[in-house]
Design a protein around this ligand. Structure first.
Ligand code: NAD
Length: 497
């Protein structure tokens, strides 16, 4: 049965009026499950106006009251996390356990934001000059825009909105049009938690909605996550319109395996990181760099594990679900075809296989390519599917050169038992998030998430103290009440005494 979705504005469902819609599908069955309204520029302006109207009241709501609402939101989310996980699986396709993991990692940011009173403390200096005191505060920005990708319908928005709301901003979230229901569900949960109307709004749409957020003078910042070309557009357009922007882009993550590594551990983790969420993670391992003479053994152990995975409907306890759309399935299969014709050896072929699902879902099974060259498109492009490419190199130095010459710098991992090599690696590799014997090194909520180079435009990473900084502006107040030093008119530059 198909439903018609809506926007969420000032605490209520609002039907779309643009006449433009897009289809939401269940990737495991291929069925169209909903029609999503795509906002016009006027509808986007109305959502931004609702957030703007809510700002003065929310900005002046005490930290004690804001924190109580955050705690209520946390409790509701804990109690109902499985509902959200089910929604994610129904529109994204990832298996239920993976969807639950995504919700849990988002919840960690809510918990971090529950401590906002401590994080927002400014500093004070008594007697900076004689009889003069100075203190600093951080204040909210106003209306903030969040634009999220399809691959984490709940977690990625949750990297931003708990902190944005806790610091006193009002939010317009523009979710991916492929997976809109999680954002709408979260909006209703906020209402139930007692968040005032207009503090959290959901604007559904495509480029028209995004560009309205990027150009509106009433939107003060943009937090974007998605592919690199769109991240660049968002960064350039948003900053040209006077906003602060953090735009997280695509990735090509390498996992280096040194000859001394535990090869069973490395094989397990390569499979987890390469095929988890069908490779649709910005921290997925896509290139496995085998150093020295271990490649044959490692490839055969990965192949055994990959062949044992069960791919199918994410509601059926499978290991791996489908890709998000038919177009994604065709794009990923096309990359495997191209890799094969360019000379890569297809060790495990996900283009064919048995999938545990009804209907015609968007499946590609786990795929392992060996002898991949750095000029092949399977190596140069972000595939965003369950395709693990093995690149063979002779030395550690060659492995690091590969990573540092890559245009992306999101995540990377090294597997070794040599502490000295690991220490050197984390020091010299030009990537934002590093794992040492950890394949998917996603930072905790109290650290910040962000890549380097084409994986992030802007200078502030997501969540942690960088998130608090992003969603606030500093103000420094200099005060004199007692005035023993008042010396009448003096046009000289103030000096301290
Ligand atoms: P995408 O760039 O296609 O879409 C992201 C958002 O931008 C969506 O909300 C979409 O509606 C909007 N958008 C799409 N085209 C647009 C256009 N022309 N103009 C304005 N807005 C537009 O990304 P996706 O396919 O949804 O997500 C996958 C990508 O996101 C991958 O590249 C992945 O690596 C990346 N990603 C990065 C991180 C990170 O932390 N760096 C995290 C998750 C995903």
């Amino acid at each position: 049965m198909q439903t018609t979705l809506h926007h969420w504005v000032a605490g209520a469902r609002v039907e779309g009026t643009s006449g433009r819609t897009s289809e939401v599908t269940d990737p495991a069955t291929g069925e169209v499950t909903a029609q999503l309204p795509l906002a016009s520029a006027d509808e986007a302006a109305a959502v931004i106006a609702a957030a703007k109207a809510a700002f003065p009241g929310w900005r002046d709501t005490s930290l004690a009251k804001r924190t109580q609402i955050l705690f209520r939101f946390r409790e509701l989310l804990n109690a109902r996390a499985s509902e959200l996980a089910a929604l994610i699986t129904a529109e994204h396709g990832k298996v239920l356990s993976d969807a639950a993991g995504e919700v849990a990692r988002g919840q960690e940011v809510v918990e971090f934001a529950c401590g906002i009173a401590h994080l927002l403390k400014g500093s004070a200096t008594e007697n900076a000059s004689t009889g003069v005191d100075v203190h600093s505060v951080r204040q909210p920005l106003g209306v903030v825009g969040i634009i999220s990708p399809f691959n984490f319908p709940a977690m990625v928005p949750m990297w931003f909105f708990p902190i944005a709301i806790a610091t006193g901003n009002t939010v317009v979230l523009k979710p991916s049009e492929k997976v809109p229901s999680s954002a709408l569900w979260i909006a209703e949960l906020w209402s139930e938690a007692g968040l005032p109307d207009g503090v959290f709004n959901v604007l559904n749409g495509d480029k028209t909605a995004v560009d309205a957020l990027l150009t509106s003078p009433d939107v003060k910042s943009i937090s974007f996550v998605g592919s690199t070309p769109i991240a660049r557009h968002v960064y350039e357009t948003g900053t040209a319109h006077g906003k602060r922007v953090q735009a997280l882009g695509g990735a090509k993550n390498h996992m280096v395996v040194l000859p001394d590594a535990d090869l069973d551990l490395a094989a397990d983790q390569a499979v987890n990181a390469g095929f988890g969420s069908a490779g649709e993670r910005c921290m997925a391992v896509s290139a496995l760099v085998a150093v020295g003479d271990i490649a044959d053994t490692l490839v055969s152990r990965i192949a055994d594990r990959a062949r044992a995975l069960r791919t199918g409907d994410g509601r059926r306890s499978c290991d791996m679900g489908p890709l998000v759309t038919r177009a994604a399935q065709e794009r990923v299969s096309g990359y495997i075809d191209a890799g094969e014709s360019e000379g890569a050896v297809v060790v495990v072929d996900g283009r064919r296989g048995e999938f545990d699902a009804d209907g015609s879902g968007f499946f590609v099974g786990p795929t392992l390519l060996d002898h991949v060259g750095t000029d092949m498109t399977v190596y140069t492009d972000e595939i965003f599917g369950p395709v693990l490419s093995v690149v063979r190199v002779e030395t550690y130095t060659e492995a690091v050169e590969l990573i540092n010459s890559n245009p992306y710098g999101n995540g990377t991992a090294i597997f070794t038992n040599d502490g000295g090599a690991a220490r050197r690696f984390q020091n010299e590799v030009e990537v934002g998030m590093i794992g040492i014997n950890v394949p998917v090194p996603v930072p905790m909520a109290y650290y910040s998430f962000g890549g380097w180079k084409n994986s992030l435009f802007g200078d502030t990473h997501a969540h942690g103290t960088e998130g608090v900084h992003f969603f606030t502006r500093g103000k420094v107040v200099t005060t004199r009440w007692l005035d023993p030093s008042h010396a009448g008119v003096n046009l000289g530059f103030p000096t301290n005494a």
